[in-house]
Design a protein around this ligand. Sequence first.
Ligand SMILES: C[S@@+](CC[C@H](N)C(=O)[O-])C[C@H]1O[C@@H](n2cnc3c(N)ncnc32)[C@H](O)[C@@H]1O
Length: 300
Amino acid sequence: MAARSDNTERFLDFARNDNQKPMTVLEVLQATTAYFKKHNVENPRLNAEHLLAHVLGRKRIELYLEFERVLTEPELAPLRNLVKRRSEGQPLQHLLGTTEFCGLTFLCDKRAMVPRPETEELVELIESKIENRELRIVDVGTGSGVIALTLAVKFPEAEILAVDISDDALALAQENAARVKLADRVRFLKSNLLENVEGCFDVIVANLPYISIQDRQSLSREVLHDPEVALFASAQGDELVRELIAQAPSQLRPGGMLALEIGIGQSEALLSALAEKNYRDISFKNDYSGVKRFLFARYG
Ligand SMILES: C[S@@+](CC[C@H](N)C(=O)[O-])C[C@H]1O[C@@H](n2cnc3c(N)ncnc32)[C@H](O)[C@@H]1O
């Protein structure tokens, strides 16, 4: 047999063993995991399970019930394509077309940032800080809409507005609203921060871009599939957050809360920015990995 020239060619055969016999679910998972390891995909086995379950239309856990089943070529063909794209750095969530956030399933594609697990913590912290349920909430930089839509589920009496500067993100967020049957609960608006937003709110929440342009080269290949407008602020990284801190007081009801997700190493400077603008009850919370990730403050 001719020597195979590159990884792609080798990959095309990965789902056949040396004797060209068909492979079982377990063998395909093992081969895919090994392939992912070689291509520096994090959590290789988990990724392999997600993609195979997706192709077979099963829940991941259901694969365990059919480890010995032999896979057919029509089942393997789409898997090869997905495995190749994942090994080239395409995010798992883009390949699956969906992602889980706070127990809900949302559409996920290149129009908006892939929601991160830290942001689930932000939503949970907001929930723990709110007593009054009849709130007006605005989510600034809503992206795929996950914060606004999850808060709409958690606070059924709240009035919720979601804004973004990106038409693509707003389109995806609206598809998500329809998907989780909340299109009549959440209003979407194109706006540069709070520029086009009217009225006052009990909660202004934002997970804005907070990466400095200089840090671009340190990002993983997966992260670089997120839209630039979702990742980068300006030279320092915290410029948009600072601008929101300056704008928010005129649109917070007395005692209203600003809740922010911020970047690594930004907490001290942003604490000072909040204090300078006369916010009160300023506090930060670490995320599960110990990074000072969330800032909360009240105004008036
Ligand atoms: C880090 S992503 C967060 C998306 C979503 N909130 C989440 O947590 O997954 C930041 C979002 O802010 C939006 N954005 C960037 N600059 C903005 C601006 N000046 N005004 C409003 N939204 C902006 C981007 O389009 C992007 O959707």
